[in-house]
Write a protein that binds this ligand. Structure first.
Ligand SMILES: [Mn+2]
Length: 271
């Protein structure tokens, strides 16, 4: 079992500091945040050196947080063609960064709220065009793109995510299932994971069932029982990727992260 951290936990720190803290908390791998201003050629070189020096693997390049927090400026399903196009270029650049960091994965989200679109199928058509283009580019260097289930957004439930990936039928496009998000869409973790045909990555977090809080695994309305179901399903599926923790706003991050690594390991060894 390999356990990783989404660098979003240390969003407020400098990129190098996020890496050091991830190592200090005891992780095997890290999801690098894809902020263009943080990933200049020099910055990438220094981050790679640091990762190598301390022995932390890059799990993937994370476009999720930058997209979710961009206020609509980074959006693959945008009806604004110039935004759509620049976002496709951004994801292509992330595929290059993935290569640079020695990982074969990039993850993206759909930041558009379901309630903000009149024509849902039109949004999905735009999303298809964008992902098709970005995936085609990424494929040439062996990079896969993961789309995440995002509650309340145009790709909300895991069941819908699975359907979208099936319909799009793009070779190197697969799913990132966020187990905490399943708690918000009231989906059973066993069903969600077992039914996901192309499962590329998983995030673990908890919440109050209504807000995407990313609280520690033992804080929130998702019972540990559901976490056990998710991990059992992953083992049954012979999922061999990272188990990635995505926690936000931690008061005592290193201790909390270490505790959460133990929770994952304990369940993994038991179920
Ligand atoms: Mn997530």
């Amino acid at each position: 079992m390999k356990i990783g951290i989404n660098a979003a936990t240390f969003l407020k720190e400098k990129p190098e500091k996020r890496i050091e803290l991830g190592k200090e908390a005891g992780f095997d791998g890290i999801e690098i945040l894809a902020y263009p201003e943080e990933l200049t050629q020099e910055k990438r070189a220094s981050m790679k050196n640091l990762l190598e020096k301390i022995g932390l693997e890059t799990m993937m390049i994370g476009c999720g947080p930058p997209m979710a927090l961009s206020g609509g400026k980074l959006c693959l399903e945008s009806p604004d063609e110039s935004i759509r196009k620049s976002t496709v270029d951004y994801v292509k650049a992330c595929a290059d960064w993935a290569n640079d960091f020695g990982t074969d994965k990039v993850y993206v989200v759909t930041p558009t709220s379901k309630n903000d679109v009149n024509d849902h199928s039109k949004s999905l058509e735009i999303l298809y065009n964008s992902l098709n283009e970005a995936c085609e580019y990424a494929k040439s260097s062996g990079v896969k793109i993961c789309l995440e289930n995002s509650p309340g957004k145009i790709v909300s439930e895991a069941s819908q995510l699975n359907q979208v990936i099936r319909d799009f039928n793009i070779e190197n496009l697969g799913a990132l299932i966020d187990v905490g998000h399943l708690n918000m869409t009231n989906e059973d973790p066993t069903t969600a994971i077992m039914n996901t045909e192309k499962l590329y990555h998983v995030h673990f977090d908890n919440n109050d069932g209504k807000n995407d809080l990313h609280t520690p695994l033992d804080v929130g309305t998702m019972p540990l029982d559901n976490l056990e179901k998710a991990i059992k399903a992953l083992k049954l599926k012979k999922y061999d990727g990272y188990y990635s923790l995505e926690l936000l706003n931690l008061q005592n991050p290193i201790k909390t992260l270490k505790d959460n690594i133990q929770i994952l390991k304990e369940i993994y060894n038991r179920v």
